[in-house]
Design a protein around this ligand. Structure first.
Ligand SMILES: [Zn+2]
Length: 596
């Protein structure tokens, strides 16, 4: 039971949460021991009451209260201590009524029903990408989702964004203070010796003096201020769903930080589970690391393993446009005028890969912004050609027409053409939007039949269903349908006229009605289920009401919510494991409910 910690916002493994003390603390936060002397700015973060180590003496269980987070008596071990030794000295943690934290090591972390877990041995792994990833993942996966992870003795203004990105909720000012007393001035991009500074590159209260008057005590105060300011930036980034964009840039200031977040990209399961299936935030594709983020990899994976082309027409490959959705751009308007519903259009793009026309609204296809230079790196070419090859291995077309410019796009097409032994027809002279190129595209398609608006709309619904619910779901769920209203606000009805789903244009996904949810449950498509207690949910289901939830539920997924008293459909606000483990917070929002 974690009564005093509630997660409000997720951004990958990072979260904004509330430590519910009598004076609540919003995390990721800087915290310190209550009555530590010295620096006033550090003291203002004083909420930690440490009952102390059991090594020198036995300790009484502290009385504790709701104004502080009490660290229960503990025995910490130096990194590398044998498991048997750690186990034989393990501490029994009694259940207490006040906010409490338990000290754990990466080797021995387990659920102790605490509100927070204090990680010992940070110096052993902070500074090493792989060891850091391993330690944080081991602990995070051993403790409940709705408990705080406190990593003392490690944070600096430079590394704290990566610490939060990995899933750390609480840090202390110790390292920043120590560095200050050593005369090291910290900023979020590095550190400098005080004597090397010509001016103070900061406007915090501690820096309101000349560099000559600025002493090591001021430096310690500044370092803590800089850490607190960086944490504010991190919290805002998490709220906006944009911490990853920041970390890709911020981590560049030190090798181990870059290594650390790349390590997390390799740890697919840990980050994937914690990344929503869609969100409003834009993705800034400014570095090659963007290709490895979950949102991009997930889209590529789903397009190449779930999506299936249902058109009989030729394929036309076109370059992406800066404007999203692509069809609203000027260039795609011109391509459309030339193809006239006689071809299935698929856009090639870095860093997404390939985007079939039916998925141009589906997150993140209209939610990214990349640096447009016209030049492709070797890694981008590799990435997009791999996806295009996989796409064409899965989807057969009578003809493949590449209406692409020479730079990069053409190289990729030729590479794929060679590896698949499929012949592409090229229609661009110079540039895709010149009159000659567009005329070429149009005449290449002469004699090809047009697909109807109905076919286009039905195939869009089915393609989104495949993408969202798994291979075959489109035919399984929406084999016999009619569509109403105008694209992209399509409403999907069954052949009896009952509405099954609606398309959400903002994210290019489908939202079920109750009839649609029932059809989903009866279909072969894998349903995502949340089992609730005997109540009728209205508006939302809170975590304590959840008895069980499928492990593969991600934030944003459609879910069927069922219990003895109700059948409902809605959207997940937590992952399945979080719903099952959490004792606070909204598990899912409810769209429609039927009382039983
Ligand atoms: Zn300052």
């Amino acid at each position: 039971m974690t009564d005093y910690f509630e997660v409000h916002e997720h951004d990958g493994a990072a979260r904004v949460a509330e430590l519910r003390l009598s004076d609540p603390v919003t995390t990721p936060a800087l915290v310190d021991e209550v009555d530590r002397g010295g620096d006033p700015s550090a003291r203002s973060h004083g909420i930690i009451e440490d009952a102390g180590s059991l090594w020198p003496e036995e300790r009484e269980l502290p009385e504790g209260d709701e104004s502080t987070l009490t660290v229960l008596p503990h025995r910490a071990f130096p990194g590398g201590t044998a498991d048997e030794v750690q186990e034989s000295f393990a501490v029994d943690h009694p259940e207490v009524e006040y906010p409490n934290a338990v000290v754990v090591s990466p080797d021995t972390a387990a659920d102790h029903a605490a509100d927070a877990y204090v990680v010992s041995g940070a110096p052993g792994f902070v500074g090493h990408g792989a060891a850091f990833r391993e330690a944080i993942v081991d602990i995070r996966e051993a403790i409940p989702a709705d408990s705080a992870l406190y990593l003392p003795g490690a944070a600096t203004p430079k590394n704290v964004a990566v610490l939060a990105y990995a899933g750390v909720d609480l840090v202390d000012p110790d390292r920043a203070v120590v560095k200050g007393t050593q005369g090291k001035y910290l900023t979020n991009d590095g550190e400098a010796f005080l004597e090397d500074l010509t001016e103070l590159p900061c406007a915090c209260p501690a820096c309101q003096r000349s560099v000559e008057e600025f002493d090591r005590e001021d430096c310690a105060r500044h370092n803590v201020n800089a850490l607190a300011a960086e944490l504010g930036r991190v919290r805002e980034r998490i709220r906006a769903g944009r911490l990853r964009d920041y970390v890709e840039g911020q981590a560049r200031h030190e090798q181990w930080l870059t290594a650390a977040f790349r390590e997390f990209d390799q740890q697919w399961g840990y980050v994937e589970e914690r990344t929503p299936v869609y969100r409003t935030a834009e993705i800034t594709a400014a570095t090659e690391d963007t290709m490895r983020r979950v949102e991009i990899q997930r889209f590529a994976e789903r397009v190449t393993s779930r999506y299936r082309n249902r058109f009989d027409n030729p394929l036309v490959l076109v370059p992406c446009s800066a404007r999203k959705p692509y069809s609203e751009s000027q260039s795609h308007g011109q391509f459309h005028d030339a193809t006239q519903f006689r071809a299935h259009t698929v856009s090639m793009t870095s860093p997404i890969g390939v985007v079939p026309q039916e998925l141009e609204l589906t997150y993140p296809a209209q939610h990214y912004d990349s640096v447009v230079t016209g030049r492709w790196s070797a890694e981008e070419k590799q990435f997009v050609s791999t996806i295009l090859r996989q796409y064409l291995e899965r989807n057969e077309y009578p003809r493949v027409i590449a209406h692409v410019p020479g730079e990069g796009y053409r190289d990729i097409c030729e590479r794929v053409e060679e590896s698949l032994d499929v012949e592409f027809e090229y229609t661009v002279e110079d540039h895709p939007t010149t009159t000659e190129s567009l005329a070429n595209l149009s005449s290449t398609l002469s004699g090809e039949l047009k697909f109807s608006k109905r076919e286009r709309e039905h195939n869009t619904v089915r393609a989104i269903a495949d993408y969202q619910f798994g291979p075959g779901a489109g035919d399984d769920l929406f084999g016999d349908i009619s569509t109403q209203s105008r694209y992209p606000k399509l409403r999907v009805h069954d052949d009896g006229g009952e509405q099954l789903a609606a398309m959400v244009p903002q994210y290019g996904v489908l939202a079920f009605t109750l009839a649609g949810a029932r059809r989903w449950v009866d279909s072969d498509a894998a349903t995502k289920r949340v089992e609730i207690d005997g109540f009728t949910p209205h508006g939302s289901v809170l975590a304590p009401g959840v008895l069980n939830a499928d492990d593969d539920i991600r934030v944003g997924d459609e879910v069927v919510i069922e219990g003895p008293a109700a059948f409902a459909v809605g959207r997940a606000q937590m992952t399945g494991p979080e719903m099952a483990e959490s004792t606070r917070g909204i598990a899912c929002s409810v769209r429609h409910v039927d009382e039983k």
